[in-house]
Design a protein around this ligand. Structure first.
Ligand SMILES: [Zn+2]
Ligand SMILES: [Zn+2]
Length: 294
């Protein structure tokens, strides 16, 4: 455990602290550094969320600020198979007292991480594309290796079967040994690819360097305090995207609203135009850190 986590509480204690929150908190989490829960309410942000919904309904796309619409950014996709999505707005104030409103969609929008008028992901996007290219090339190489090992193993098996039918004892023994070696090589090639993919997961997570309002920047693996493995997509929800971007720009958040737009999700826990607080599974274990310093 990193030494800056000074007073780690157990989950039951943290849940107890969370129940003492104001009812109108929309974004909150336990901060191990301060040993307390930090939170934001919606402030005036719901007004901007309602405006955003109206923009979606009027323009039927999320890149309505761009003069040149991209078909992928049509909101039609939110009513199709993949279903709706979470969106968030963060009302902020800049150093001169001007209101700045940031917008975010959760995860990707229709395969895209970035769209005009929306905050970028919390991970380093350039590093991400470089890493993806590197991983794809390496995985392709390993897949080719597996295929060639597979061919050798198949041939070895065939030769062994032939030898069993017609060959002498020495030839049979030789073929058996060769076949065994070929299968061993195949196993190893498969294992190599598996190990590589797993190790790349941590390299990928390292691209998430979360900034908070104390001026700290920390890898997401050091921020997520629960001891249960970090869920896929942690850091990709609207709240962390918005807070990270505001912290980077030196803005002070005042209120946050997240809402769902589109066809209800399969689990029937998210409904069109309903408002939801930051999620418990992925967001709460990082939001305390992210809100720290406000
Ligand atoms: Zn979340
Ligand atoms: Zn704190």
């Amino acid at each position: 455990m990193p030494d800056y986590i000074v007073a780690m509480k157990n989950i039951a204690d943290i849940d107890h602290l969370l129940t003492a929150l104001p009812k109108d908190a929309t974004c909150y989490g336990y901060c191990p550094d301060c040993d307390e829960v930090h939170y934001l309410t919606e402030g005036n942000s719901r007004k901007y969320a309602l405006e955003l919904m109206a923009e979606f309904e009027q323009n039927k796309r999320i890149d309505f600020q761009s003069p040149d619409p991209e078909p992928l950014f049509s909101t039609d996709s939110l009513w199709e198979k993949r279903g709706g999505q979470m969106f968030g707005v963060l009302e902020c104030v800049d150093g001169d007292g001007n209101t700045v409103v940031l917008r975010a969609f959760s995860g990707q929008f229709n395969t895209r991480w970035q769209a005009e008028g929306w905050v970028p992901p919390t991970f380093d996007l350039v590093g991400y594309y470089q890493l993806m290219a590197k991983i794809e090339a390496a995985v392709q190489q390993m897949t080719d290796d597996i295929e060639s090992c597979q061919q050798k193993a198949d041939q070895g098996k065939l030769k062994f079967e032939e030898a069993m039918g017609s060959g002498g004892r020495a030839a049979q023994k030789d073929c058996r040994r060769q076949m065994k070696e070929a299968f061993k090589a195949l196993d190893l090639a498969r294992k190599n690819r598996r190990t590589y993919s797993q190790s790349m997961m941590n390299v990928f997570l390292d691209l998430y360097q979360l900034q908070n309002f104390k001026g700290n920047q920390r890898a997401i693996l050091n921020v997520f305090y629960e001891d249960r493995g970090i869920p896929t997509g942690t850091g990709d929800c609207c709240a962390p995207k918005l807070l990270h971007n505001a912290a980077q720009k030196g803005l002070t958040p005042l209120g946050l609203t997240e809402f769902y737009f589109g066809k209800a999700n399969k689990a029937s826990t998210r409904f069109h135009k309903e408002f939801y607080p930051g999620c418990k599974n992925k967001c709460q274990p990082i939001l305390g850190y992210m809100l720290c310093g406000l």
